[in-house]
Design a protein around this ligand. Structure first.
Ligand SMILES: Nc1ncnc2c1ncn2[C@@H]1O[C@H](COP(=O)(O)OP(=O)(O)O)[C@@H](O)[C@H]1O
Ligand SMILES: [Mg+2]
Length: 423
């Protein structure tokens, strides 16, 4: 028993406050290394194209250098105790203890020599399970730390659901003195007043970083404004139950997420019981039907496994999804990088086909789409600087006009305004 007692007596030495602090530092340093590796791998194409490998490596090197210091401190603190335990449980040491004790007992006549044999065999077999217990203990400690980190994530509060949900009347959308910032110091929206009437298309324009995407993400309540309110059908979004809200609002956003599922399932995400006919109709409207038929198994092709889609194609799938959901409020944030002619055309066709009294808010990057809108809202630095019909604003020659002229040739704009198809 002596080796086992010795080993167990050393356990508290592994759990002193300074040891635990070193362990935390060690975990954090491991995390930093893992993050820098992920970042580096994700950015490889950019690094390749711009030759910044020196700089890209630096973050990893800093993390690794940092790790060396922490690791050696961790090992130094740990090694003496660990070595002591290893030694106490090692076969030679057990053998030594049993032999010395046995020899003493035999010479004093307290034990027959043959009786020593079982102690030798059992003693050697006893320490291996104790050592295994030690490893199990380490794993449990690691698991406990991991649970702690997962808990931190789970403890982030979700947007609160209303205790007494109110049903909106109609689908007029109003933004009332809306202010919002992702953090307290940087306000992204600085007091936006906006009314979206049913049956109209409102286009948001403005330079990159002006807050367009942030603004439209308030409609499906991805965030709550810090001041003011977003009101749908006379009811503050915070008082509408989320199921009801998503029955009323659908959206197509810049960073499209497609599931690892069939194309048809991806389109029918919010209407799981939709028939194939409805799915196809939505896909046609979103200008993606022909492309889907080219996939290995058409509508049954599993995205991400059997076929990959380009950014613009993924956006059109996402548009088809929103069209199939057929909600009275539709929010579209067309990505600049995906604004290829087909996607642009799909958006225009879809907007034209969505007759009736839908409330539509769209961020468009081409004048063709903006020209179809009833109202244009020009955003700059989180504030509305101009609003009016597209023709009005272009004629006025203000900020919106300047903004668009800097993007396109005057001739092309005029052609669009005369109603000619874009080339
Ligand atoms: N998730 C986010 N966290 C913190 N800041 C953000 C986030 N998304 C956008 N921002 C910041 O908010 C501002 C407006 O961004 P965004 O709404 O994307 O503008 P736009 O769509 O007009 O280009 C930018 O300064 C941007 O850096
Ligand atoms: Mg944006």
């Amino acid at each position: 028993m002596i080796p086992v007692v010795l080993a167990v007596a050393l356990v508290p030495l592994m759990m002193t406050p300074s040891r635990l602090r070193e362990q935390e530092e060690f975990d954090a340093a491991m995390g930093r290394i893992a993050n820098s590796v992920v970042e580096f791998v994700q950015g490889i194409s950019v690094v390749k194209a711009f030759g910044g490998s020196e700089r890209a490596h630096r973050r990893f090197r800093t993390a690794a250098d940092d790790f060396v210091g922490i690791f050696s401190r961790w090992v130094r603190g740990m090694s003496l105790v660990a070595a002591g335990m290893q030694l106490a449980l090692s076969p030679p040491f057990v053998l030594l203890v049993v032999l010395i004790g046995g020899a003493a007992l035999i010479t004093s006549g307290g034990m027959a020599p043959a009786d020593l044999l079982p102690f030798l065999l059992l003693g050697l077999g006893l320490t291996a399970p104790v050592a295994a217990l030690g490893h199990g203990f380490d794993d449990m400690q690691a698991a406990r730390r991991a649970v702690g980190r997962i808990k931190e994530v789970l403890q982030v509060p979700p947007l609160p659901e209303p205790a007494h949900p109110v049903a909106p009347q109609g689908h007029r959308v109003e933004l009332r003195a809306v202010r919002f910032g992702y953090d307290a110091d940087h306000e992204v929206l600085r007091g936006i007043d906006l009314v979206l009437e049913p049956g109209t298309v409102t286009a948001v324009a403005g330079p990159s970083g002006s807050g367009k995407s942030t603004l439209v993400q308030l409609l499906p309540r991805f965030f709550d404004p810090s001041h003011g309110a977003v009101v749908l059908g006379g009811v503050d979004l915070r008082e509408i139950g989320s199921r009801e809200l998503y029955r009323l609002v659908s959206f197509v956003f810049q960073d499209v997420r497609l599931l690892r599922a069939s194309v048809a399932d991806n389109i029918a995400l919010s209407v799981p019981h939709a028939g194939r006919d409805d799915v196809v109709r939505a896909a046609r409207l979103a200008n993606i039907h022909d492309r889907i038929l080219e996939l290995p198994r058409g509508y049954d092709t599993v995205i991400g496994e059997e076929a990959g889609l380009s950014g613009g194609e993924a956006q059109r799938i996402s548009l088809a999804r929103a069209l199939l959901a057929d909600t009275p409020v539709l929010v579209l944030d067309e990505a600049t990088s995906f604004a290829d002619p087909q996607t642009e055309q799909a958006v225009r066709r879809a907007l034209a086909a969505l007759e009736g009294d839908r409330t539509i808010l769209v961020i468009a990057h081409r004048l063709e789409t903006v020209a179809d809108a009833d109202t244009v809202v020009m955003l700059e630095n989180g504030s509305v600087v101009e609003r009016g019909s597209p023709a009005e604003l272009l004629a006025r020659g203000g900020k919106f006009a300047t903004f668009w002229r800097s993007h396109r040739s005057v001739a092309a704009d005029d052609a669009v305004l005369r109603g000619e198809e874009p080339r």
